[in-house]
Structure formats: structure tokens, C-alpha cells
Design a protein around this ligand. Structure first.
Ligand code: HEC
Ligand code: HEC
Length: 254
């Protein structure tokens, strides 16, 4: 993989400005500057080495693997950075991500977060109408609607709240479980801890069905665009191959 891929050229000016600011503030030695761009951290894994190279699990397009590995592309930069911090200090427990995040410096976590935040996600197909709990919550039990914070589409409604659209169903359901069992304890004011514990099994099942429907719609549109590419004048053999989302292949490699 050449270190100056397409993405380096397409990197927004904001990232360049940020890099300059970070370098001058920390007086990064000259030779380290290129190792410290967000893109190179994503491609090399920086201190975590090749097994920690983000793209191997999260994909060259930052869309995750459609199973247990989440989308990073286009998530709010502050959210991405705070998750990496939480993995590193153990408030969000996960063996691989904990190990990887703890081997990045705070500046590298910031830069790689900016890199993925700036990555375009593209449009997502509609998953149909969401279940009642998602759209309206339950005021009687003090559960606000999910849509009020997470929105319906892939854009963030607020910088601290990740959009859920474009995330694999298995990953999302797993997170609800993590809060319920206190393996994830980094949510501001314990908002997701409270909500996840207030949800009934039926409501969680309805949410999972909705998310699985979104997964299927996404897979359908990926197939469609592949078909379109194949019938195009120059089918691109060098296009990154997404790993198949086969059942049972959800976990990252050890
Ligand atoms: C071995 C595979 C693997 C590698 C390599 C990897 N990740 Fe992850 N990443 C995962 C998995 C699996 C999860 C979901 C973990 C969980 O359930 O908490 C995840 C979760 C995340 C999240 C949380 C996203 C969210 O929506 O809350 C962030 C941020 C993240 N990874 C960033 C990175 C960065 C940056 C790198 C490279 C420095 C990286 N990852 C490398 C597998 C990987
Ligand atoms: C008051 C705002 C608020 C409401 C309402 C809310 N959430 Fe959240 N949710 C958050 C925040 C903030 C986070 C990120 C927490 C963190 O930083 O770790 C989050 C994270 C999540 C995540 C993990 C996303 C990821 O990428 O890892 C899931 C899944 C989730 N919420 C599901 C729901 C569901 C389902 C509902 C409705 C029943 C809901 N949320 C309602 C604020 C909210």
C-alpha cells in the first residue's frame, strides 16, 4: 500500500491545519511527522503495529465489516476520540480495541479520529419505519425517543452522540448488552446505562429487527453498485474487497 493514496490528496484543509497545529504545539521531531498523519495511523496501526492497522478490520472505506466491526466513516470526531480514550483506560472494555487504543498517543488518537470523521459515508438506503420505542420512546417510563438523540439517518444530530444508521445490527445489539452489564461505562451522565436497563426484552427484539432490516437494505445496495461497476466500461479489479459478512465471522481476529 503506497503511503500517498488517493485519500491523502483528498484530505480536507481542516485536517492539514490541525496537523500543523499539533506538530508545532508538540514539536514532533521531523522524521515522525509523516507517521503522525491520521491516514498513516489508519494504514499502519502506529504503535499498535500491523495487527492494529485500523483498515484491516474497519475497511479501507471505514464502513466496518457489516457484522461485529462498526462503521467509523463520518462519525463525529469528538465521539471517535472519546471512544479511543475509553478503550485505552478501560471504561469501555474490549480486548482488541483496548490493546490497540492504549498503544496510540493522545495526539495519534485525535488525528486518527479526525481522519475517519472526515471520511465520506455516502447515502444509505432506507430501513423503513422504526419501532415505536425508537420513534417515540416511552414517556411513562422516562425513556426519551432514540430518534431525538440519534436521528434517523447517518448524520450526527449532536457532536457527542453517534448516529446509529450504517452500523451493523449485531454490533448495536451488543452495545446495549454491554451497558446493561456495565462493560461499557463511558456514556455521558450514564444516559445509555439508564436507557438500556429500562428497555424490555420485547423492545430490544424490535430494535434488533429494525437494525437487521437496515443491514439487509445496505447489503442489497452494495450488490447493486457492484453489479453496476461490473457492467461498466472498466471494471476496477483493484477496488478494495470488503470482507464478506458471513454468519460467524463477526469477531475480529485474535
Ligand atoms: C482486530 C480488528 C480491529 C482493528 C485492527 C481495529 N479495530 Fe476498532 N473496533 C473493532 C471492533 C470489533 C470494535 C467493536 C468493539 C466493541 O464492541 O466495543 C471496534 C470499535 C472501534 C471504535 C468504536 C466505534 C463506535 O461506534 O463506538 C472506534 C472509534 C475504533 N474501533 C477505532 C479504531 C482505530 C482508530 C483503529 C486503528 C488504530 C482500530 N479501531 C483498529 C475492531 C478493530
Ligand atoms: C439523551 C440522548 C440519548 C437518547 C435518548 C438515546 N441515546 Fe443512545 N447514545 C447516546 C450517547 C451520548 C451515546 C454515546 C455514548 C458514549 O459516548 O459512549 C449513545 C450511544 C448509543 C449506542 C452505541 C453506538 C455506537 O456507535 O457504539 C447505541 C446502540 C444506542 N445509543 C442506542 C440507543 C437506543 C436504542 C435508544 C432509544 C431506546 C437510545 N440510544 C437513546 C445518547 C442517547
Amino acid at each position: 500500500m503506497a503511503s500517498h493514496g488517493k485519500r491523502a490528496i483528498a484530505a480536507p484543509a481542516a485536517l492539514a491545519g490541525l496537523l500543523l497545529a499539533a506538530c508545532s504545539a508538540e514539536r514532533v521531531p521531523r522524521a515522525d511527522r509523516f507517521d503522525s498523519t491520521g491516514e498513516l495511523i489508519a494504514m499502519s496501526g502506529a504503535g499498535a503495529g500491523a495487527t492494529g492497522a485500523c483498515f484491516t478490520c474497519h475497511g479501507l472505506d471505514g464502513r466496518g465489516d457489516g457484522a461485529g466491526v462498526p462503521r467509523l466513516a463520518g462519525l463525529p470526531p469528538g465521539y471517535l476520540q472519546s471512544q479511543l480514550q475509553a478503550y485505552a483506560d478501560g471504561r469501555r472494555r474490549h480486548p482488541e480495541m483496548g490493546w490497540i487504543a492504549s498503544r496510540l498517543t493522545p495526539t495519534q488518537r485525535l488525528l486518527v479520529a479526525q481522519h475517519y470523521a472526515a471520511m465520506p459515508l455516502g447515502t444509505l438506503p432506507s430501513a423503513g419505519s422504526p419501532p415505536a420505542i425508537y420513534a417515540r420512546g416511552d414517556p411513562n417510563r422516562g425513556i426519551p425517543s432514540c430518534v431525538s438523540c440519534h436521528g434517523l439517518d447517518a448524520e450526527a444530530v449532536s457532536p457527542a452522540v453517534p448516529p446509529l444508521a450504517g452500523q451493523p445490527a449485531g454490533y448495536l445489539a451488543e452495545q446495549i448488552d454491554r451497558w446493561r452489564t456495565s462493560q461499557r461505562r463511558n456514556d455521558p451522565d450514564g444516559v445509555m446505562l439508564r436507557i438500556s436497563r429500562a428497555l424490555t426484552e420485547r423492545e430490544i427484539a424490535a430494535l434488533e429487527l429494525y437494525w437487521a432490516r437496515a443491514d439487509r437494505a445496505r447489503r442489497g445496495s452494495v450488490e447493486e453498485s457492484r453489479g453496476a461497476r461490473r457492467s461498466g466500461p472498466r471494471s476496477d479489479a483493484s477496488a478494495p474487497q470488503r470482507r464478506a459478512a458471513a454468519p460467524g465471522s463477526s469477531g475480529p481476529r485474535p
